[in-house]
Design a protein around this ligand. Structure first.
Ligand code: GLN
Length: 311
């Protein structure tokens, strides 16, 4: 077993970066193009020290990593029973924006909050008088848990999400037809698009992971913002569904809760130990960073982080 250090992270980045060539950058994200392909950065936050290597100052949209923040808020606002009346907790085993799975589920609700349909359903479960108020609460919460008061949504990314949002709209309206959408679908979508467009860097992603890993405490005050029960729920669902239809493989190879986004980001939460933030824009067909995936697997092995036992 090795010790966590910047040197170790640099070595692992060097070994993982070649995997970027197996992926592709998602072109619908503004300012994402092939020149971003060979970027890889990581921050590990242990509560008292930050370790990092590679490109850690690139701000990228949260994309699907936002789903865990929305779920935390929905659980605080409505409680577990109500949230899981509207969305399931089972792995879907298909692409994150699958439409056919919605109908095949036979429960009238999306499989889980980590896929698009599920996150659109939980977006409707964040309290506030209108979308601005609800999104303000989201931003305030995100700034609190990362300890970064400067986080903002990027207007261009938001517009791109909206104008490329036909698929997500279809999901939202389907949910309305089955009764799994408790508000105007456009309102829920608007909130969902905004959350996807918030810009963060590896340090911010690592801080979200640490918040989940370490009892849901606000970094500034150490005050508990989310009860342990909800954190357990979010981490369990991250483990079973956070990496879409590669979640099983990541549970085996990495062994702790993860959430990815199509901007090539990844949040890792190693319970009681550390938060991990990765940015590696080249993604595979399922939506996960190829170099980031290689990196998190080797990090877990080298540091013995697998929750289910180490060699
Ligand atoms: N904005 C993307 C979408 O809604 C996010 C998907 C993802 O990161 N997997 O489709």
């Amino acid at each position: 077993m090795k010790q966590l250090s910047n040197e170790l992270l640099e070595e692992l980045i060097e070994d993982s970066l070649p995997y970027a060539s197996e992926g592709a950058v998602r072109p619908v994200i503004p300012f994402y193009d092939e020149t971003k392909k060979d970027i890889l950065g990581i921050t590990v936050w242990t509560g008292d020290a930050s370790y990092h290597a590679g490109n850690t100052d690139m701000y990228v949209p949260m994309q699907s990593t936002a789903k865990i923040v929305t779920l935390m808020l929905a659980l605080s606002d409505f409680g577990k029973d109500r949230v899981f009346e509207m969305v399931g907790m089972e792995p879907m085993g298909d692409f994150f924006n699958s439409i056919s799975q919605l109908e095949q589920n036979h429960t009238d609700k999306p499989f889980n909050p980590m896929v698009n349909a599920g996150a659109i359903a939980t977006s409707a479960l964040v309290k506030g008088g209108n979308v601005e108020e609800r999104f303000d609460r989201y931003m305030q919460f995100l700034r609190n848990i990362t300890g970064n008061p400067h986080l903002e949504m990027n207007e261009d990314v938001y517009k791109a999400e909206k104008s490329n949002g036909a698929r997500n709209r279809s999901l939202a309206y389907f949910l309305q037809s089955t009764g799994a959408m408790i508000m105007d679908p456009e309102e829920a979508l608007d909130f969902y698009f905004r959350t996807n467009a918030v810009m963060m860097c590896t340090e911010d992603f690592a801080r979200v992971g640490y918040f989940l890993a370490n009892g849901g405490r606000e970094p500034e005050t150490n005050k508990r913002l989310i009860p342990p029960e909800h954190l357990r729920t979010v981490k369990s669902i991250m483990l079973t569904s956070g990496m879409y239809n590669s979640s099983g493989q990541f549970a085996v190879e990495v062994g702790f809760p993860l959430k990815s986004g199509v901007s090539g980001t990844m949040i890792g939460a190693v319970p009681g130990r550390m938060g991990i933030g990765i940015v590696g824009p080249a993604i595979d067909a399922k939506g996960n960073s190829t170099a980031g995936g290689a990196l998190i697997k080797s990090l877990s092995q080298e540091l013995g982080l697998n929750m289910f036992g180490v060699d």
